[in-house]
Design a protein around this ligand. Sequence first.
Ligand SMILES: Cc1cc2nc3c(=O)[nH]c(=O)nc-3n(C[C@H](O)[C@H](O)[C@H](O)COP(=O)(O)O)c2cc1C
Length: 316
Amino acid sequence: MTKFPSKKITELFNIKYPIIQAGMVWVSGAKLAAASTNAGCLGIIGAGSMKPDLLEQHLKKAISLSNNPHALAVNIPLLYKYAQEQIDISLKHGIKIFFTSAGSPKKYTKYLKDNGATVVHVTSSPQLALKCQDAGVDAVVAEGFEAGGHNGRDEITTLCLIPQVTNVLNIPVIAAGGIKDGKSIAAAFCLGADAVQIGTRFLMTQESSAHQNFKDAIIKASPSDTKLMMKKYVPVRLLKNNFYDQVQELEDKGAPKEDLIELLGKGRAKKGMLEGDIKDGELEVGQVSACINDVPTVAELVESLVLDYKKTINLF
Ligand SMILES: Cc1cc2nc3c(=O)[nH]c(=O)nc-3n(C[C@H](O)[C@H](O)[C@H](O)COP(=O)(O)O)c2cc1C
């Protein structure tokens, strides 16, 4: 890629391409993160579904599989009760890049920076983006409404969010939500982003640990098959299935958040995304799922992103 508008993120992380493979619960373990680093991207282990000992196994494996272990990062959802232990284990294994989310950027940024780490926090609004900058993070992920996984309540789409965030910050901005090919990467750069974070498209690779049934369901997904649900509790974009119908029923009735928590129970996301129960499991996925019909290797995906990006910018 020769015409990227900004080198801020490639220089910050010392990576070839300004492409971040997103941290994703039950999906981005050692194999996916290592393959992403080997393809020239930043590879993030999604620690939100890992107890500390499991995270340690993934860290060791990822480091052994990666040709660029300096480009391995860990995503720590800050509300997770093991956040502190996860941070300390990651630091012990030499991880220097942390993507924090789902919690206040004030909580761990100083601790991480004092330990020599680079910190990126995920935001879904310009107001939170400013709080991230004030907390001292090195960059933010601006994640729009169409993204897979947990999301903000404000429903700001990526197209609107990127300029809203770049206009108020003087630190690098990584765009996320709905990015799947060279055209959407080029669009994010035109709007002022310094890099992109891609989730659902990396979920649909050979190396992701998403169950084959989940991948097959994404191939069949139509444009209206995802919806942001559970705004009373933790907003999350779901692929429609039996579990989704039950959530919808509770929300139609105006049920309190306790009922949602009870329905969610324990292990619902693992059941769906890792174990492949696509009827009753929780399936987190982005709107972009309707545009994805194949499951390439990470190397093939990154090569096609780069080629498509080059073709796209040459049109101008
Ligand atoms: C299955 C799945 C799990 C996710 N888990 C997390 C997570 O644990 N922490 C987090 O910060 N974001 C999580 N996300 C959001 C991604 O990191 C990323 O920002 C998002 O997927 C980008 O949108 P896209 O799916 O349209 O590419 C998840 C997304 C998916 C699809």
